[in-house]
Design a protein around this ligand. Structure first.
Ligand SMILES: CC(=O)SCCNC(=O)CCNC(=O)[C@H](O)C(C)(C)COP(=O)(O)OP(=O)(O)OC[C@H]1O[C@@H](n2cnc3c(N)ncnc32)[C@H](O)[C@@H]1OP(=O)(O)O
Ligand SMILES: O=CC(=O)O
Ligand SMILES: [Mg+2]
Length: 356
């Protein structure tokens, strides 16, 4: 283990200093596109205007014989465009694949100044992050980069979940973690073939009434991902990094997608992946606090003054703890409103009404 004194020292001579705080930039939707698909790549500037994060995916969903084309396509997209405040991320191939070394060498060398975050799939433990950490430092130094690249891990193996706390704290580069329910289900030998979301077979049933076993017993579908998302959120908060829900594969089922995203939002996630343009607005809606909730939070904060003591507002007790909950919502709203005038207006209008 590295000494805590050396944790923030660059891992290669000439590499930029690691960041001490992860920037809290909006990342409600991480929009995946396949840079080997010329039609999709051509839409990158148009997509960038609509999303918080645009991600050039090189891993799963890109055919093996298109891996080089995807890498080259991403280099082209990054070089030919200025995406303004929209972040550009990539998902490289897994560390055991024949492509990842060229992915990292090419991307850092050619477009390291344009990329913000490198998503690393199938991370099993801190050792995977340490490998990427040192390699990135060497490549950054050689490319003369002045800003360090950040790393995002996908939580999608059983051993990754078992080691999630050490993964979250493995490097100052760690920006966040996403749940990868598809690979994780396979790794755990779960018996769902869905990409995220619930399953009708995973349920609880009310007790029998009057000895009747088959009739009148209501069932409630349960959330397959609750434990993992909650554990991931705790690991991320422990280390000051950001948690995300990953993919929801039933593109047509926009209702269940919204439910899955909202569960993640309520549990502490800051965003989710969008795999198709229809999921962009779902993520924007869900991961931006609702105007009514922001208005309530601001009202409680205003009423609580220095934040200590207890008051009753609309019949509900508020105290030092609940004002902290309200600050979480209000601070997120302020951060998002800073770059979204429509949202700012909606929040201010709702607040005015609540305080009237
Ligand atoms: C488990 C995991 O690892 S999840 C992450 C990896 N998976 C991915 O990245 C998948 C990304 N998404 C996709 O590849 C596609 O959305 C698919 C293959 C699922 C569906 O694509 P299509 O069959 O073209 O869907 P559909 O016909 O509804 O597309 C409508 C339009 O949206 C475009 N589109 C679809 N997905 C995207 C996307 N992610 N980004 C930009 N444009 C897209 C299509 O090109 C099409 O454009 P057109 O109207 O100009 O022809
Ligand atoms: O990469 C994502 C997943 O769910 O697997
Ligand atoms: Mg995966």
């Amino acid at each position: 283990m590295r000494s805590p004194k050396d944790f923030f020292a660059p891992l290669a001579i000439g590499a930029p200093d690691p960041v001490r705080q992860i920037p809290a930039l909006p990342s409600r939707m991480i929009h995946f596109f396949d840079p080997s698909n010329e039609k999709m790549a051509a839409k990158a500037p148009e997509l960038a205007a609509k999303v918080d994060v645009l991600l050039g995916n090189l891993e799963d969903a890109v055919k093996a014989d298109r891996k080089e084309a995807a890498r080259a396509g991403l280099v082209r997209v990054a070089r030919d465009n200025d995406f303004g405040t929209t972040q550009l991320w990539t998902r490289v191939n897994s560390l055991d694949s024949p492509w990842v070394l060229d992915d990292l060498v090419t991307l850092v060398t050619e477009i390291g100044d344009k990329l913000d975050v490198i998503m690393v799939p199938k991370v099993e433990g801190a050792h995977d992050i340490h490998y990427v950490d040192r390699l990135l430092a060497q490549l950054e130094a050689r490319a003369g980069l002045t800003k360090p690249l950040l790393v995002h891990a996908i939580l999608e193996t059983a051993s990754g979940v078992a080691n999630v706390e050490e993964i979250a704290g493995a490097s100052p580069r760690m920006q966040g973690i996403s749940l990868g329910p598809a690979d994780l289900a396979a790794s755990r030998r779960m018996k769902t073939t869905r990409v995220g979301g619930g399953h009708p077979g995973y349920l609880v049933r009310t007790d029998p009434i009057g000895g009747e076993l088959t009739e009148g017993r209501t069932t409630y579908q349960q959330d397959l991902w609750h434990y993992t998302v909650a554990r991931m959120v705790d690991a991320c908060v422990l280390h000051g990094i950001l948690p995300y829900y990953g993919p929801f594969g039933d593109i047509r089922d926009v209702v269940a997608c919204e439910d899955q995203f909202r569960n993640a939002f309520l549990l502490g996630c800051v965003g989710a992946w969008s795999l198709h343009p229809v999921q962009i607005d779902i993520a924007r809606k869900v991961f931006s606090p609702a105007p009514g909730d922001v208005a309530w939070a601001r009202k409680v904060i205003a009423a609580m003054g220095d934040g200590t003591g207890a008051v009753l507002i609309d019949g509900k007790m508020q105290d030092d703890a609940s004002v902290k909950q309200c600050r979480v919502v209000a601070e997120l709203a302020d951060a998002l409103a800073a770059s979204d005038p429509e949202l700012a207006e909606a929040y201010d209008a709702a607040t005015k009404e609540a305080l009237a």
